[in-house]
Design a protein around this ligand. Structure first.
Ligand SMILES: C[S@@+](CC[C@H](N)C(=O)[O-])C[C@H]1O[C@@H](n2cnc3c(N)ncnc32)[C@H](O)[C@@H]1O
Length: 224
C-alpha cells in the first residue's frame, strides 16, 4: 500500500463503500487515486490533471502499481474532462486555491447532476469556499483539521442538499465549530494574530476590508 501524507490520508478517510465512481481532479502524482483504488476494489477511479507533465507522472505511477485497468487518466481543466456516461458520484479536489475550486464547480454545474459528495482540501479563503459551494445545493456534512509538516490543513465534505448557515459558520466551519478540538484552537489562534497584524499595518484606504477583518477578529476573540 502507498504511504500517504497525513493531509492526503485525511482526504482519503472520507471515501467509503457507498462511493462508486470518483474523480480526483488535479491528481498530480495520483498517489491518492492509487491508494483509493487499492483500498476500495469496487471503486472506479478517474485521475485528471490540467498539466501534461503532472498527468504523465500519474500515468507512470499507476503503471508501476499495475492499476491501469482500475484508474483512468484524463488531461484537462476541472470538470471539463467528465462525460455524461461517467456517472460520477464523488469528486475530490485537493491542494488547490478556493477561487480555482469554486470556479470549476460553478462553471460546470451541469456535470454535478449525479454528484452526491465533494471532498475539498484547500487552505485559502474557506469562507468564500463554503459560501459558494453551499450556494449550489450542497451542505457541509463533515470537516476535519489535520496537521502535516507543521501546517494545519482543512478538509471539507460537501453532500447534496440544502442548509442555511450563519456568517460565523461559513467563516470557521460549522462542524469544526462544534468539535472545537485542539487543532481548531491552534489554527484560529494563529489566524487571530495574523489578522491583528494585517489590521495594524493596513492603510486607511482599505476601509471596507479593514471592517471585515475587524469583524473576523471579534468572532475569533469570542471563541478562543
Ligand atoms: C498542488 S497540486 C495538488 C496535487 C494533489 N491533488 C494533492 O493534493 O497533493 C495541484 C494540482 O492541480 C492541478 N490543477 C491546477 N488547476 C487545475 C484545473 N483547473 N484542473 C485540473 N487540474 C488542475 C495542477 O496541475 C497540480 O498538479
Amino acid at each position: 500500500m502507498n504511504r500517504l501524507s497525513c493531509r492526503l490520508a485525511a482526504v482519503a478517510s472520507f471515501i467509503d463503500n457507498n462511493d462508486k465512481v470518483m474523480i480526483d481532479i488535479g491528481c498530480d502524482h495520483a498517489l491518492l487515486s492509487i491508494f483509493l483504488a487499492k483500498r476500495y476494489p469496487n471503486l472506479k477511479v478517474i485521475a485528471s490533471d490540467i498539466n501534461k507533465n503532472a498527468l504523465q507522472g500519474a500515468i507512470n505511477n499507476i503503471k508501476k502499481n499495475n492499476l491501469e485497468v482500475r484508474i483512468e487518466t484524463r488531461l484537462g481543466k476541472g470538470l471539463d474532462v467528465l462525460k455524461e456516461e461517467d456517472k460520477i458520484d464523488t469528486i475530490i479536489i485537493s491542494g488547490m486555491g478556493a477561487n480555482t475550486i469554486v470556479g470549476m464547480l460553478k462553471y460546470s454545474r451541469n456535470k454535478l447532476i449525479n454528484v452526491n459528495k465533494i471532498i475539498v482540501q484547500s487552505n485559502t479563503d474557506l469562507y468564500f469556499l463554503r459560501k459558494n459551494i453551499t450556494s449550489i445545493n450542497y451542505y457541509i456534512a463533515d470537516e476535519l483539521l489535520v496537521k502535516d509538516n507543521g501546517i494545519i490543513y482543512t478538509v471539507i465534505v460537501f453532500k447534496k442538499g440544502k442548509k442555511r448557515y450563519a456568517y460565523k459558520q461559513l467563516y470557521l466551519g460549522p462542524v469544526l465549530l462544534e468539535k472545537k478540538d485542539t487543532l481548531f484552537k491552534e489554527k484560529y489562534r494563529k489566524d487571530l494574530n495574523t489578522l491583528k497584524m494585517i489590521v495594524k499595518n493596513i492603510d486607511e484606504g482599505h476601509y471596507w476590508y479593514k471592517l471585515k477583518l475587524k469583524k473576523n477578529i471579534r468572532i475569533l476573540e469570542k471563541i478562543i
